[in-house]
Design a protein around this ligand. Structure first.
Ligand code: F0G
Length: 462
């Protein structure tokens, strides 16, 4: 953003050229639909949804330039021109030397986990993410949470709740030895904490500590632009640095990255695995052939890679990211003003309702966040998702349920899709559910799938 415009509010730096009609439903239709979906918002059909805040993943609106880029798809099996555009964009904006496309983020997670993790290893990270941790476990590793304690407290207003507690990492190194730690996994704009950033100062200190022990840092850069924007706003010395420069600095403090390009990079499908080590690149570019496709397409069409290259460029612009986070904060601030309990500070990609406080009469064993997401859908057709005990799943060794402190409902805002008026309706619906919250009863799980249960679990009213 041009600095002289900072006195203006965050209005979108684009205008609308095409619209997609959405469906409005009656309460009776929604009652049918949520019952059929077994009270899991992942099992609703999208035509049953009015405002879809399930996820910001793959749901963003592409620009006219991205759509034009789709027409320039070079659909060669090998060496597509679009791959080289993508590679150039990654090098220019993120700075990693080598890049391999993947069909989405978890494709990259699978490959890096298989290459770097050996059975018996420990993988520390600044809070777990569902697919990331699962791939670490499937490779034989054990995830260890090293995020600061503040991140597990919805109300704590620490400006960088994505920070690593270096003492926790140090203790792990002392306990298991650096040789058993293949890498530290660092997410920017930590999703499960509510889209909370890590500070540059903390990342720099982490780099120092890991360097001493020769432990690499792998960066989950799915929402790196949002993180960079918070650094610009909150961290000393960064107010006048463009978001693009901050992103590059973050990446420079890490050794490699996985990215779901379906979020900050503004595409409907795609991901990348990037790194500076030639040795790991060579292994990964061979392994990608097994799971995704040749190393110059990784499961994507040429047109998808072109859209991603352009999306990366658009995503690092200051005016874009200011409006993106501005809209999320607009919704969050309305909730705060109305006394509705949410995760604070408001994060980068959504507003997270604190279901433990919203429904204090429900024990975590009856899935308060799952219940609340279903109730909001019933009220208005707004679709959100559970981020609590259901998402957390079970412990790898014992099968005992994780009981995360955070029991949240995520109202995730797709990029460039909804208007301020939509945000008002979302607020109105959550406020009306809040008024009637005492009448809400819990759920029981009647079907539990083995992997990533939150996607497909089925529930019934108690
Ligand atoms: N890492 C983070 C931080 C994510 O948020 C996601 C996806 C992934 C990795 C995996 O990427 O979906 O492209 O395979 N998060 C989505 C969400 C699903 O709704 O938060 P993917």
């Amino acid at each position: 953003m041009i600095k002289s415009n900072r006195h203006l509010s965050w209005a979108e730096p684009y205008k609308i050229k095409m619209v997609e009609l959405v469906h409005m439903t009656t309460r009776a239709e929604r009652e049918q639909a949520i019952k059929k979906a077994a009270f899991n918002t992942f099992l609703l059909r999208s035509k049953e949804v009015y405002i879809d805040l399930l996820t910001d993943s793959g749901t963003s609106a592409m620009s006219d330039m991205q759509w034009a880029g789709m027409m320039r798809g070079d659909e060669a099996y090998a060496g597509s021109e679009n791959f080289y555009h993508l590679e150039a964009a990654v090098r220019k904006y993120y700075g990693y030397k080598y890049v391999i496309p993947t069909h989405q983020g978890r494709g990259a997670e699978n490959i890096i986990s298989k290459i770097m993790i050996k059975p018996g290893d420990f993988v520390p990270g600044n809070m777990y993410f569902t697919t990331t941790r699962l791939h670490q476990e499937l490779a034989g590793g054990t995830f260890v949470d090293i995020v600061i304690d503040e991140a597990h407290d919805a109300e704590n207003e620490h400006p960088f709740k994505g920070n690593v507690d270096l003492k926790k990492l140090d203790a792990l190194i002392k306990k298991v030895g650096a040789k058993k730690i293949p890498y530290v996994c660092i997410a920017t704009a930590v999703n499960m904490a509510g889209g909370q950033p890590i500070s540059m100062e903390n990342l720099r200190a982490l780099r120092e500590l890991t360097k001493k022990h020769k432990i690499p840092i792998i960066h989950d850069m799915t929402r790196v632009a949002e993180n960079a924007y918070f650094i610009q706003r909150r961290e000393k010395g960064y107010a006048d640095k463009p978001v693009a420069a901050i992103i590059k600095e973050i990446c420079s403090l890490t050794d490699g990255a996985t990215m779901s390009a379906k979020k900050d990079a503004l595409v409907n499908i795609g991901g990348i695995l990037a790194m500076n080590s030639k040795k790991i690149y060579e292994e990964a570019s061979n392994m990608v052939v097994v799971y995704e496709g040749l190393h110059t397409y990784g499961g994507l069409a040429g047109r998808d890679m072109e859209a991603m290259a352009i999306g990366i460029t658009e995503s690092v612009q200051d005016d874009h990211i200011r409006a993106r986070v501005g809209q999320v904060e607009y919704l969050g601030n309305k909730m705060i003003a109305a006394g509705i309990p949410i995760v604070k500070p408001v994060g980068g990609h959504g507003v997270f309702l604190n279901a433990k406080k919203f429904l204090p009469h429900l024990d975590q064993s009856v899935y308060p966040a799952q219940t609340l997401a279903a109730e909001i859908y019933l009220d208005s057709g707004v679709r959100s998702m559970e981020r609590g005990i259901v998402s957390a799943g079970r412990q790898k060794e014992t099968g005992v349920e994780h009981r995360p402190n955070l029991e949240l409902v995520r109202l995730t805002i797709p990029r460039r899709v909804y208007t301020q008026a939509h945000m008002d309706v979302v607020f109105e619906s959550v406020a009306s559910v809040f008024d009637d919250r005492k009448k809400i009863g819990g759920l029981k799980m009647v079907y539990e799938p083995k992997y990533l249960r939150f996607f497909q679990a089925r529930f019934a009213k108690i």
